[in-house]
Design a binder for this molecule. Structure first.
Ligand code: G6P
Length: 609
């Protein structure tokens, strides 16, 4: 949800900014811009500001070799206020051009600020950010404040979420940084410093980072990092080393990250067994987490998008092994409509990025209530991880395609380890009998078999989904939950309107939408209690002209089924069953000539509510 990068003191600021923006493009890609200047104290520099609508590649085309300097800030945008257009792209400048600002977040009171402080100003665009930079300039000019004081005062007036990087053309050797709710991190280099929304975009330059907390302001020069709180106190903070692997964020020979990430899933399953079990197969989940869960009377899983679906896919397993009811909450709903809670709730925040603002606002309320919580995330040190009582990491490696795949399967597997650990602690028979390491190794092999049949899957669906405007996934029980995720994946990257439906519910209304050749993909895992009923529902749509593709676990397969998945333990069937649907979405998008990794209107990390 918008990416910010800044650097001061590096001889090649332009390239650092552009490389950083390329790595941040997953956060938004409707427009972008950079400001580059020379970081010499006492030298007033005009600097160069280049903006472009579209992708980072479009911006790159506009940047000539004459654009050079040793400091600068850059931004890739996901529009919230004002349509994607060059005049709404960041960086934004004050009327006199002195201040240059990039921003991620939403300034809720920007219209009031505009009216109260800036009624005489002319604005080029419609963004809340432009109001912020004008406000800083107005405070500096009218109240005679220096940049730091004007920025600080503006922060006390601004309501909402923000990550800001500000430059003053009269002090081009300084970047002023502040954050509230939106992610932002300092990178420490040798003779230069950086600021960025995500460590991943800085790992070419450094592995040494420093956190910024909400309501802090940082003054960054090439040699110094000074953290202030809003009261003006200097805050001291240790840096930390994060060894991220550069090869993890490359695409290698793959045409798209999504395909690479789908292919990585067997390795992720094996990795999780190494992390969450010892050499004897004993599960090694943090004792504090186990105790907190044992003491709880209900588990609440809060998440958004694909992570929300992973929560559903894990519900049965968690309930079976922990003997506790599991309730799911859509993060954006629960922030404002928290239902009545049980006496001893335990909250699990599922989030690939660990930054989703909707989930965070629920966590803030959970913390205010003094309730225990666990964040299950792929990103160590992310906001949700820092603010929850406990963290379990997904160990999936960076997920870069906007459509989430390996994080979904890793979430289910990680929660399976948690369920096994808690179930074992309470001596639940099923938990004790569940050999998770063995079962997960079978899942990994099953995924490998499915991946070896890509061409078959591609062939099965290419005609079916080439031009259709709509489609359905149906299933019962676990398969229904996978249907929800499968349809989201297809929608996100192929733009086919798709619904994931409880197979039995279809006939209660929605079957009216089935007409000649409507694609219906039926998921049938090996659950004899429901498989026959789902087949009945398949017959109902076939009778109305639907074109059906079945995805079936081998033990439940019959002649004529289309895509067969090797049978796995019923607790883990969602992991195995989702993989063909990821490939279906991938090939549908590919054959429609779309950008698989960067679908329109979306962003990978949604840091606004
Ligand atoms: C965005 C992404 C989705 C993702 C959701 C939740 O909407 O486009 O792919 O599932 O956020 O993200 P999280 O990082 O919290 O799992």
């Amino acid at each position: 949800m918008c990416g910010i990068v800044g650097v001061v003191g590096h001889k090649n600021a332009r390239d650092i900014l552009m490389q950083g923006l390329e790595k941040l493009e997953y956060r938004g890609y409707d427009s972008a811009g950079i400001f580059v200047t020379s970081a010499q104290q006492g030298v007033q520099e005009t600097g160069q500001l280049i903006k472009s609508v579209g992708r980072i590649a479009d911006l790159r085309e506009k940047i000539g070799i004459d654009v050079a300097g040793t400091a600068g800030i850059g931004h890739t945008r996901w529009a919230t206020h004002g349509k994607p257009a060059a005049h709404n792209a960041h960086p934004h400048t004050s009327s006199d051009g002195r201040f240059v600002l990039v921003h991620n977040g939403v300034i809720e009171n920007y219209l009031a600020l505009k009216q109260d402080y800036l009624s005489a100003d002319h604005f080029d665009g419609e963004t809340d950010t432009e109001v912020a930079v004008h406000l800083i300039a107005a405070l500096a000019e009218q109240e005679g404040l220096d940049t730091l004081e004007a920025f600080k005062k503006a922060l006390t007036l601004i309501e909402g979420s923000y990550a800001f990087a500000l430059m003053d053309r009269t002090r081009p050797d300084v970047i002023y940084v502040a954050k509230n709710k939106s992610p932002l991190l300092i990178g420490l280099g040798d003779g230069y410093h950086m600021v960025c929304s995500d460590a991943m975009a800085m790992i070419r330059e450094t592995s040494e980072f420093m956190e910024i907390h909400d309501h802090e302001l940082v003054i960054l020069t090439k040699d110094t990092v000074e953290i202030h709180d809003l009261a003006g106190n200097i805050v001291s903070r240790e840096s930390y080393t994060a060894e991220l692997d550069l090869s993890d964020i490359g695409k290698g020979t793959y045409p798209f990250y999504m395909l690479k990430e789908i292919d990585e899933q067997p390795a992720v399953m094996r990795k999780l067994s190494q992390v969450y079990a010892d050499e004897n197969g004993q599960v090694t989940v943090d004792q504090g987490i186990i105790e907190a869960l044992v003491n709880a009377d209900r588990i609440y899983i809060i998440a958004a998008g694909t992570s929300y679906h992973a929560g559903y896919a894990s519900k049965y397993l968690l309930e079976e092994l922990t003997e506790k009811p599991v309730e799911l909450g859509i993060a954006s709903e629960w922030g404002y409509n928290m239902p009545r809670l049980s006496d001893k709730p335990f909250f699990i925040f599922l989030s690939q990025s660990g930054e989703t603002a909707d989930s965070r606002q629920v966590l803030v309320k959970v913390n205010a209530l003094g309730l225990p919580s666990l964040t299950v995330t792929n990103v160590p040190g992310s906001t949700l991880s820092r603010e929850a009582s406990f963290t379990m990491l997904l160990h999936a490696g960076p997920e870069i395609a906007v459509a989430s795949t390996k994080a979904y399967t890793a979430q289910i597997a990680t929660l399976a380890f948690l369920a096994k650990a808690v179930g074992t602690a309470i001596q639940n028979d099923k938990a004790q009998a569940f050999d998770i390491v063995h079962e997960l190794s079978i899942v990994a092999q099953t995924i490998e078999t499915t991946l070896s049949e890509k061409a078959w899957i591609e062939n099965k669906i290419t005609g079916l989904l080439a031009t259709t405007r709509n489609a359905f996934y149906i299933g019962r029980g676990q398969d229904y939950y996978v249907s929800m995720e499968a349809s989201l994946k297809l929608k996100e990257i192929s733009y086919i309107q798709c619904e994931g439906f409880a197979a039995g519910e279809l006939k209660h209304g929605t079957i009216a939408l089935i007409e000649d050749q409507t694609p219906v993909i039926a998921l049938i895992s090996n659950n004899p209690k429901v498989a026959a009923h789902t087949r009945g529902n398949v017959s109902e749509v076939v009778a109305r002209g639907a074109s059906v593709v079945t995805i079936v676990e081998r033990a439940a397969a019959i002649d004529g089924d289309d895509i067969i998945v090797n049978t796995v333990h019923p607790y883990l069937s969602s992991i195995a069953m989702v993989v063909p649907t990821q490939l279906i979405a991938y090939y549908a998008s590919l054959h429609r000539g779309l950008d698989v990794d960067k679908p329109r209107n979306l962003a990978k990390s949604v840091t606004v509510e």
